[in-house]
Design a protein around this ligand. Structure first.
Ligand SMILES: *[C@@H]1O[C@H](CO)[C@@H](O)[C@H](O)[C@H]1NC(C)=O
Ligand SMILES: *[C@@H]1O[C@H](CO)[C@@H](O)[C@H](O)[C@H]1NC(C)=O
Ligand SMILES: *[C@@H]1O[C@H](CO)[C@@H](O)[C@H](O)[C@H]1NC(C)=O
Ligand SMILES: *[C@@H]1O[C@H](CO)[C@@H](O)[C@H](O)[C@H]1NC(C)=O
Ligand SMILES: *[C@@H]1O[C@H](CO)[C@@H](O)[C@H](O)[C@H]1NC(C)=O
Ligand SMILES: *[C@@H]1O[C@H](CO)[C@@H](O)[C@H](O)[C@H]1NC(C)=O
Length: 503
């Protein structure tokens, strides 16, 4: 008779009749010397692998099958029953031909296969119902399961720089529960609270770890990484998150008018500059005193630094006189947010005053130079005035009385007395004398120091004038030889005597 898993079942029908005939004797004899060996106390297997459960029997226990059960008592589950075996199941006998080896293989072990497995020898009871005759010590099966690839999730809505937002890393289906999580921002380690590990239905564990991140303006290219380490893994598993998915940097909006002020009927270009924004979706509209006008983009959004964008839009307005003072507004809606705007006013320069005021504005910087020059000039003028005053007082002292004369001598005369006098020396005289005294021949001391100048006027001046001035500039006064005293002349002649006091 070929031993076959199904044979014990088939025999079960015939055996009760035989057993009834000599039950006490056969049963007692058959049970003696029967052993059942289940040598594995604990087995650890990785999910997906095959599990081998060993069970061998020896001796004769009489009719009745050897089965595998998972668990004992309530909630037990039949894993292998030779009378009810499905060839397509994950369970197969290791040695189908054997009468003594009831080792089984279970393919593709899953975490839910965890439990204690018993190899059990049944015999038919008095009522014909199979009864447990002997069971093995049980094999505790542990299934190690790898965590699923970690998933990082962020906030539902975008957040501004400086906002602190939570990011969560989850993984599940792992066993045992000792798992480690590390967070990185651009490869820099971050501090996070210990992960929360919970047991799920399938006897495995789930993990959730949360980290708070304060967003920064330059995070458009930053990445968060969650790194999971578990005994079942040769290398850590990583999940990542691009911060650009949750970052919103609003643009700064600035409008410039060029030129400002503008000449009448010239074109004024208004440029709207949107700086450093993310994401790129932005819409721009132009308003002139609140009414929409058509603008033109100088380019699409340009990626400038650190993943942020920049955009320039331009509108040209004819500077007609009635538009003086118009407000041109650039209105920006960024990423579905409340509009932002900036404005510039269209100024038209006054045709006549425009240039002047313009020049005034432009020369603003030169003002300082002018002030300095003015101060220097004033100081110089005061200096000259002071010198003139000093000269004047000296003259008054020297002249003593009203009709006065003064000789300007060459510079050399004021220098050291030892200096020889140059024959080419020129002496000049200023004359100031009263008209009334023209009749008086004032004879000046005929000393060696005296010199004379002859001034001739052909016509008598108008009687109204009290004073006659003679400027002796360029009149050459000869020092030597002495000439006789001036003789009387015609009525039109006037004389001045000039005295030079030598040092
Ligand atoms: C297995 O469970 C059934 C009912 O669920 C129970 O009748 C049977 O006695 C149990 N068997 C063992 C070996 O515990
Ligand atoms: C555990 O994680 C798995 C995915 O890894 C998920 O499908 C399951 O819903 C989680 N269970 C619990 C209780 O969180
Ligand atoms: C500006 O243009 C308007 C209309 O074209 C014209 O009437 C006006 O004289 C112009 N003004 C000047 C200063 O050119
Ligand atoms: C300019 O670009 C912005 C943003 O891309 C868009 O909203 C706007 O309609 C564009 N305007 C023109 C005239 O193309
Ligand atoms: C511009 O923005 C201010 C608030 O910043 C708002 O009060 C004003 O109405 C806006 N102007 C336009 C034309 O949108
Ligand atoms: C435009 O308005 C400014 C300020 O009111 C004024 O100074 C300027 O003269 C005006 N220009 C013209 C052309 O009227």
């Amino acid at each position: 008779m070929e031993p076959h898993p199904r044979d014990p079942g088939r025999a079960a029908w015939a055996l009760p009749c035989l057993l009834l005939l000599a039950l006490p004797g056969v049963d007692a004899q058959a049970g003696q010397g029967f052993t059942l060996q289940q040598p594995q106390a604990k087995v650890t297997v990785t999910a997906g692998d095959s599990l081998t459960l060993i069970c061998t029997v020896s001796g004769d226990a009489g009719p009745g099958s050897v089965m595998w059960l998972k668990g004992w008592g309530n909630g037990n589950k039949t894993i292998y029953d030779p009378n009810n075996w499905d060839p397509s199941s994950r369970v197969t006998l290791a040695a189908p031909e054997s009468n003594t080896d009831f080792t089984i293989h279970i393919r593709n072990i899953q975490p839910e296969d965890m439990g204690t497995y018993y190899c059990v020898k049944f015999v038919l009871g008095m009522t014909g119902v199979p009864e447990v005759f002997k069971r093995g010590d049980g094999t505790e099966v542990t299934v190690q399961a790898k965590p699923s690839p970690p998933l990082v999730s962020g906030p539902e809505q975008r957040a501004r720089p400086d906002e602190s937002v939570p990011f969560t890393c989850t993984t599940g289906g792992f066993f045992p529960d000792n798992i480690e999580v590390k967070w990185f921002k651009n490869n820099n380690p971050m501090t996070a609270k210990p992960p929360q590990v919970t047991q799920s239905r399938m006897k495995t564990y789930n993990m959730s770890s949360t980290v708070m991140v304060t967003l920064q303006k330059n995070d458009a290219r930053s990445q968060l990484t969650c790194e999971v380490t578990h005994p079942t893994l040769r290398a850590p598993l990583r999940g990542s998150f691009q911060l650009s998915r949750v970052l919103r940097v609003s643009p700064s909006v600035e409008v410039r008018a060029e030129p400002s002020p503008a000449e009448v009927n010239k074109t004024v270009a208004f440029t709207c500059l949107l700086k450093e924004f993310y994401p790129a979706n932005v819409s721009i509209s132009w308003l002139e005193n609140g009414i929409e006008i058509k603008g033109q983009n100088l380019s699409g959004p340009l990626e400038v630094s650190r993943g942020l964008f920049e955009l320039r839009s331009r509108v040209e307005v004819q500077a007609t006189e009635e538009k003086n003072g118009s407000t041109i507004t650039c209105r920006v809606v960024h990423d579905g947010q409340a509009p932002a705007n900036d404005s510039a006013v269209l100024w038209i320069s006054n045709p006549t005053l425009g240039g002047l005021s313009n020049e005034f504005q432009m020369n603003k910087d030169d003002m300082l130079i002018y002030i300095v020059v003015g101060v220097v000039c004033t100081v110089l003028a005061l200096l000259v005035a002071a010198i003139l005053y000093l000269i004047r007082t000296k003259q008054i002292k020297a002249g003593k009385s009203s009709p006065s004369a003064r000789l300007h001598e060459p510079e050399k005369s004021s220098e050291a007395t030892t200096q020889e006098s140059d024959p080419n020396n020129l002496t000049y005289a200023d004359l100031n004398f009263e008209k009334e005294r023209k009749s008086i021949r004032r004879m000046v001391e005929m000393s060696q120091q005296s010199e004379y100048a002859c001034i001739q006027s052909n016509q008598a001046p108008n009687g109204d004038d009290n004073l006659t001035y003679a400027d002796l500039d360029m009149v050459h006064l000869s020092k030597a030889p002495k000439r006789p005293a001036p003789r009387p002349e015609e009525a039109g002649s006037e004389y001045a005597s000039v005295q030079i006091t030598r040092k």
